[in-house]
Ligand binder design. Structure first.
Ligand SMILES: NC(=O)c1ccc[n+]([C@@H]2O[C@H](COP(=O)([O-])OP(=O)(O)OC[C@H]3O[C@@H](n4cnc5c(N)ncnc54)[C@H](O)[C@@H]3O)[C@@H](O)[C@H]2O)c1
Length: 462
């Protein structure tokens, strides 16, 4: 099939590559010419500057100019195209509503070009972006305005997890397709031929509005689960002595009705989706005069988690950040990605600078280049206090405390690096409970402050 994917960010690039891998002829279109040039080079380093996902650059290299084509113009490619996936950014506005500017611009542009094509075969425009309930209808109106002949609209939300995007696309738990007619369902069954009768993948056909709602309910439920563990589990562990988080998790999730996914405590969930989607759903309910207090609480717990360990360091460990040097371990919002959108590290840096630290020595295996955009000294001269290092050991040198913000596996081995690099008294703030042998550190006189536990050693014992 000839398919167009509009928008080549995390979602669009992965989707285009995985569709090309299954033998479709895929045109991946973006208005960002530098991105298109980078992807068209087929070079790993160039591709990973924009989207760094395991296995993605290899698929692009293997399918490039055979099944996968990159373009910054749709002019010559709409003839014969049967499906157009819209993978455009839908960031939040200040009031939580969804900013549909890029989406609307792309829709009008495509509608204009589709109205002019000579080919009269059916084309389905498919929302892969996460968009408010009712956006497929909005798209339909735009296409009608431009007199596009023989089109359908559909909603096919994306559920891929960053850090595992390729596998998430190759073997999703489910594919949700919301459309209005059998003709359009048939086109999308053809796109997803390998998934339709798959023994494990659930292929769900429904209305466009239901598909749009599924995405919001799923994402807000996942964040609710994370916030439940943070808001209840972490508070219990930090308040009552002798509660072991790992045993609490095992004991609670031994019940087959309770998910193990998300049953951990942390310094909050980041990324481009959870925060934005829950804010959008709150807004959508608010506009209909419906209550949304549950979602508000979930969102606020998650935001609180991002920096509350800094307050705990001050209040429980008596640590004064003023003029101190702090190592920041982790910049990406989670392991195996360079994505920093809504990362806890952004809030931690802001809080540390606000408390007057002398310097921040940062390390992340993948996200350093990304961080330099976020912490550009041209935007705020306080960012000059941040330096970037090639290893955790290097970042820790000469610091007074460290803060683990991302769950990179390599941080599990940190305790020996710490004992070899810095002397007690030294404060370790662990936002991810990454150091299994923390008792060695405590035994050697270091202070260990983790999400979900009291400060060790406790002040009066120290
Ligand atoms: N990132 C994720 O993990 C994830 C997961 C599921 C769903 N989503 C949703 O998918 C959508 C896309 O997310 P993303 O992370 O890929 O975004 P992104 O910002 O990484 O990529 C969007 C791309 O669209 C391009 N673009 C902007 N305007 C355009 C236009 N008029 N025409 C063509 N291209 C245009 C941009 O240049 C950019 O390359 C969002 O709605 C998001 O909520 C994201």
């Amino acid at each position: 099939m000839k398919i167009l994917v509009a928008g080549t960010g995390f979602v669009g690039l992965t989707h285009a590559a995985v569709l090309a891998e299954t033998g479709h002829q895929v045109y991946a279109y973006d208005i960002d010419k530098t991105k298109i040039a980078a992807y068209s080079s087929g070079e790993r380093a160039q591709i990973e500057r924009y989207v760094n996902e395991p296995g993605l650059a290899t698929i692009i290299k293997d399918t490039l100019n055979r099944y996968l084509f990159f373009t910054d113009s749709v002019d010559d490619i709409l003839e014969g195209t049967e499906a157009i996936f819209l993978c455009l950014p839908t960031p939040p506005n200040l009031d939580g509503s969804t900013d549909l500017t890029a989406y609307t611009n792309a829709a009008h542009h495509l509608a204009e070009k589709l109205a002019a094509r000579t080919d009269r075969r059916r084309v389905v425009l498919v929302n892969k972006s996460t968009v408010p309930i009712g956006t497929a209808r909005y798209l339909q109106r735009i296409l009608e305005e431009h007199d596009v002949p023989n089109f359908g609209v559909a909603s096919n939300p994306e559920f891929l997890p960053e850090g595992n995007a390729v596998e998430g696309s190759r073997r999703p738990d489910r594919v949700v397709v919301g459309a209005d007619s059998e003709e359009d369902f048939a086109i999308l069954r053809h796109v997803y031929a390998s998934f339709v009768n798959h023994v494990r993948i659930k292929y769900i056909e429904t209305t466009p509005e239901t598909a749009e709602a599924i995405k919001y309910v799923a994402n807000t439920l996942l964040l609710t689960y994370i916030s439940f563990w943070n808001g209840i589990g972490a508070r219990l562990g930090e308040t009552f002595g002798n509660i072991r988080m790992e045993d609490l998790k095992r004991g609670v999730t031994a019940d087959s009705r309770i998910s193990t996914w998300g049953s951990y405590v942390s310094n909050g969930a980041g990324g481009s989706c959870f925060g934005k989607d829950i804010q959008s759903l709150m807004y959508q309910l608010r506009r209909q005069n419906q209550p949304y207090a549950l979602l508000k609480e979930v969102f606020e717990i998650n935001e609180y988690q991002k920096t509350y360990l800094i307050d705990r360091a001050v209040n429980e460990a008596g640590f004064n950040f003023n003029n101190k040097t702090v190592a920041l371990l982790g910049l990406a919002f989670k392991k195996r990605t360079n994505d920093m959108r809504d990362s806890s590290a952004l809030k931690v840096v802001e809080a540390l600078l606000g408390r007057g630290v002398k310097a921040i020595r940062a390390y992340d295996p993948l996200a350093t280049e990304e961080a330099k955009h976020y912490f550009n000294p041209k935007n705020n001269n306080l960012f000059e206090k941040i330096s970037y290092h090639n290893s955790a050991a290097d970042a820790i040198k000469g610091t007074d405390a460290l803060f683990i913000t991302t769950d990179w596996e390599e941080f599990r081995g940190l305790s020996s690096t710490i004992t070899q690099t810095v002397q007690p008294p030294y404060l370790i703030i662990d936002g991810r409970r990454m150091i299994p042998d923390y008792m060695n550190l405590v035994g050697n006189g270091y202070q260990y402050l983790a999400v979900g536990s009291r400060l060790l050693p406790r002040k009066k014992e120290a």
